[in-house]
Design a protein around this ligand. Structure first.
Ligand code: ADP
Ligand code: MG
Length: 253
């Protein structure tokens, strides 16, 4: 057998996000106390932890929607600075709660970024047709406003919006928040399959450990502005670094 001369790693070793020692306070309230984390290429990283532990804030810092007080965030090798729109075009974001505008149609909401970038009408229409097939959103509902859609359909519109510009990474903040159990399970199954098909890097925020375990290649367990442990779920189960890890895992069985 000829030995392989290819010494490259099996996957791109450079992380998509490299977060080092990030601190953040709002007024007198310290929310992140020196968070360090790398997000590898083409897998799903789940930020999980109790409500109020700083997940959404960390996600917003990763996108430059918020500035850090200390530490650094890089995205694909570029430093993330608050307000940098060029970097954000490579990131698809689904805000907690979906963030749909009630006065815009499903199409208007999904195409928000493309409109902002002044894509021509036919390009927008073509992309919307692609996305409604991909996200299983019936195209005859594209002219409806959010109030005339079901909860699951609204989530699909929010996902279409996040995918509109064909971003390198998709960041989703509690994407199943307000859905009833059956709709949530269907959408979770579909979205997991979609992520696998797209082969993109995904960062998903949830307070639900069961959901985290379902999606994660890597879970990042947070508590009170700190990362307690990160790694594959099995590693947290087998070798918990802190009693909190076991408590959090068993609370969601
Ligand atoms: P999580 O997403 O884990 O529920 P958040 O990141 O939303 O947590 O919030 C973490 C903490 O920061 C909470 O105590 C919250 O009240 C506080 N916080 C978040 N955003 C702001 C803000 N803009 N101003 C003041 N406090 C904030
Ligand atoms: Mg949150």
């Amino acid at each position: 057998m000829t030995p392989s001369l290819d010494t490259r790693p099996a996957f791109d070793a450079r992380p998509v996000f490299d977060i080092r020692g990030v601190t953040k306070s709002f007024g007198a309230t310290a929310v992140l106390h020196g968070v360090s984390l790398t997000v590898p290429v083409a897998g799903t990283t789940v930020l999980v932890g109790p409500s109020g532990c700083g997940k959404s804030t960390l996600l917003r810092l990763m996108m430059g929607l918020e500035g850090a007080d200390g530490g650094t965030v890089t995205f694909e090798g570029d430093p993330v600075t608050a307000g940098d729109l060029a970097l954000r075009r490579r990131m698809g974001y689904m805000v907690q709660g979906g963030g749909l505008f009630p006065h815009l149609t499903a199409a208007g909401n999904a195409a928000l970024m493309a409109r902002f970038l002044r894509w021509p009408r036919d390009r927008i229409a073509a992309r919307l047709a692609e996305l409604s097939a991909l996200c299983r959103f019936p195209s005859d509902l594209l002219s409806r406003r959010p109030a005339a859609l079901s909860g699951g359909q609204r989530q699909r519109v929010a996902i279409m919006r996040a995918l509109m510009l064909d971003p390198h990474v998709i960041l989703l903040d509690e994407p199943f928040g307000a859905l009833d159990t059956l709709v949530r399970h269907d959408l979770q199954d579909e979205l997991k399959a979609l992520f696998a098909d797209l082969g993109k890097t995904v960062v998903l925020v949830t307070h639900d450990m069961t959901e985290a375990a379902f999606f994660a290649d890597q879970v990042v367990l947070m508590r009170a502005g700190r990362i307690i442990q990160s790694g594959p779920v099995a590693a947290l189960v087998d070798t918990p670094k802190d009693p909190f890890v076991t408590r959090f895992l068993t609370a969601h069985r």
